[in-house]
Design a protein around this ligand. Structure first.
Ligand code: SF4
Length: 383
């Protein structure tokens, strides 16, 4: 039996389930953890600052971003370890979302070559009332909600309305291109313990702009500088920041540079995604150019090279408590592991077979969304 999400005294969000255990979202690190059944009571007591016997192994991970502990390796998001979950199978996984991605905006000033929302951006859409959408999202009992788009910060009023409903009830993540900054919104992010995720593909201005160009290229010649300045503003307000990087043929050799330099910006962590086909037909030609950059002869070749590079990189680099590293295996076959809410309020997921979004009903989300894939997307491979 699954319970509603609670925000504990420590500020950590927890959703419990009798058969499964618990799933935790920490707004201090932006990380999700699964807690095995036998430690759920102690985890809640620990997060409520009550007496507990929580093993150090779990407490250390929950404390990332709260306590400046000795830097340690994050070995798994299944706590205390993967073996402790030998009792789970598909029927034990709770049937409610860990994360919902709300595409609150259908516009963006960038024109990224691989944009995953190209079929939504600048397309005529009937925009629904943000308060009503947020209430509908609450009905599905997610642990966390991502405000995404397009660029969510271009929809200030909707974010305010959405946060009014969701703030302090679920974890809040803001997915932004980092180019926009709004002081009023930043104060709200602080108030509701939101974490900001900024998309950045390279710390070389030219390379980053090649993959993620502004629509109006002449409007700002130093986009990267603007993004870095905005990251600094969030960090000065003690708002945690994670960086999202999409690995393509153009930046696959920049990973080592990013791994070395991102911590110097004071960011809390880094998530890497392998590039997938954009679902907007008009972008296919541009995308092909991006993929066949360098030595790759064709798209399959390019994808294989990217996967090889990511694997090589991830074998050599560990995730640490002061700079977490997550590789999200977003291959085409796992596209339907994500739950989206479109600007119209319609729930959807990406089709596994075609480049399009498919509608889902809120009563039976996991009929079309891959339940195991959804868990592994946020928590890593189960066993
Ligand atoms: S910033 Fe995000 S939403 Fe905007 S074009 Fe790039 S990928 Fe698409």
């Amino acid at each position: 039996m699954e319970n509603k999400v609670i925000k504990t005294k420590k500020g950590i969000f927890i959703k419990t389930d009798k058969k499964f255990g618990a799933i935790v979202f920490s707004p201090y690190s932006g990380l999700f953890f699964a807690i095995s059944r036998e430690y759920v009571t102690d985890t809640i007591s620990y997060c409520e600052n009550k007496k507990n016997k929580l093993p150090d192994k779990i407490a250390k991970n929950l404390n990332i971003g709260i306590v400046k502990d000795k830097n340690f390796e994050i070995k798994s998001h299944w706590l205390p370890e993967n073996n402790a979950f030998s009792y789970i199978d598909d029927s034990t996984l709770p049937n409610s979302p860990i994360v919902i991605n709300w595409l609150i905006s259908n516009n963006c000033c960038f024109s990224c070559n691989y944009c995953y929302a190209g079929d939504v951006i600048d397309k005529p859409t009937e925009m629904a009332d943000a308060t009503e959408i947020a209430q509908k999202i609450m009905e599905t009992n997610p642990l966390a909600v991502v405000f995404s788009g397009g660029e969510p910060l271009r929809e200030k009023q909707k974010i305010i309305e959405g946060l009014n409903v969701l703030g302090n009830k679920v974890g809040i993540i803001i997915d932004t291109n980092g180019y926009h900054y709004d002081n009023d919104l930043a104060k709200l992010f602080q108030k509701y313990n939101a974490i900001v995720r900024v998309s950045l593909d390279s710390l070389h201005s030219e390379l980053n702009s090649k993959i993620r160009p502004l629509k109006n290229k002449k409007s700002n010649t130093n986009v990267l500088n603007t993004i870095v300045t905005n990251i600094t503003k969030y960090r000065e307000m003690k708002i945690p920041v994670l960086i999202h990087t999409v690995v393509s043929s153009v930046n696959k050799n920049s990973l080592y540079d990013l791994y070395d330099k991102l911590p110097t910006l004071g960011v809390n962590g880094w998530r890497l995604f392998s590039v997938i086909n954009p679902n907007d037909e008009s972008k296919q030609e541009q995308f092909k150019k991006l993929m066949t950059f360098g030595k790759a002869k064709n798209m399959d070749d390019a994808q294989q090279e990217i996967q090889k590079e990511i694997e090589f990189f991830s074998n050599k680099h560990i995730s640490k408590s002061n700079f977490s590293l997550q590789i999200v295996h977003s291959t085409d076959s796992q596209k339907n592991s994500v739950i989206l809410v479109l600007p119209s309020g319609q729930f959807a997921t990406e089709s596994r077979l075609k480049n399009e979004k498919i509608k889902i009903s809120i009563e039976s989300i996991f009929n079309k969304v891959d339940l195991v894939g959804h868990y592994e997307r946020y928590l890593g491979i189960i066993k």
